[in-house]
Design a protein around this ligand. Sequence first.
Ligand code: APR
Length: 237
Amino acid sequence: MLTDLFREAKHTVVLSGAGMSTESGLPDFRSALDGMWNEVDPLQLASREAMRDERDLFIRFYKHRIQKLRAARPNAGYYHLADWERNGDVSCILTQNVDGFHQHAGSLNVSELHGTLCNVYCDECGETGSNESYINEEINCSCGGFKRPGVVLFGEPIPLNAIHQAKLETKKADLFIVLGSSLQVSPANVFPIEAKRNGAKLVIVNQEETEYDSMADLVIHEKIGEVLSKLARANSD
Ligand code: APR
């Protein structure tokens, strides 16, 4: 079924979430068992208020995430997606992930809805730099400002260019595939609905149920790595 939908589609858009990177050793946020937010309150750590009022905790939290990120690598699923972009089977990737793994694996048309943890920028002058500064805890900019991670914190707007690209691609999609997202965070969780409204086929590949499963044309509650490897084998036949 997924192979047929994939082969018939003319404009396939993928929305990826943290479930895409758990097979690279990075925890997701809301998995029932070991999701990151089971231990900590995201609003307490990944928010502008936390950056302002709990700065030491904020720095420790992002230093830990950046250390894990720098020790991890994209898994095979990311390379399949990049291959499919090169041969025209995938048109665009909308990602909620901040690990940069899609680009690292070779995907070019990627819209990072929640920014990136691969670099930091000064909250005053905007100067950007490597996330390595958090490893060395060099968080003060020469201008006196604070170097913050390039992610979209809770309470901050999504980058306008990312939203614009996501809307355009969702409108063009005739196949919209969700990979590893609980679809609990907006506006990312609006794009599957928009695609469906525009007449696209909707596929959700996620280990746990999502509240959007009932509107999908196909739901696969399996590991993404296995699903994409199977699709790659079928697609190469
Ligand atoms: N294969 C398939 N599904 C998986 C796998 C896997 N290997 N690993 C995890 N999952 C599923 C989990 O069951 C979970 O439902 O991926 C989903 C990940 O959901 P979340 O942890 O909520 O991550 P995500 O949807 O990307 O979160 C969106 O919330 O906290 C914010 O900014 C953060 O971008 C993030 C946003």
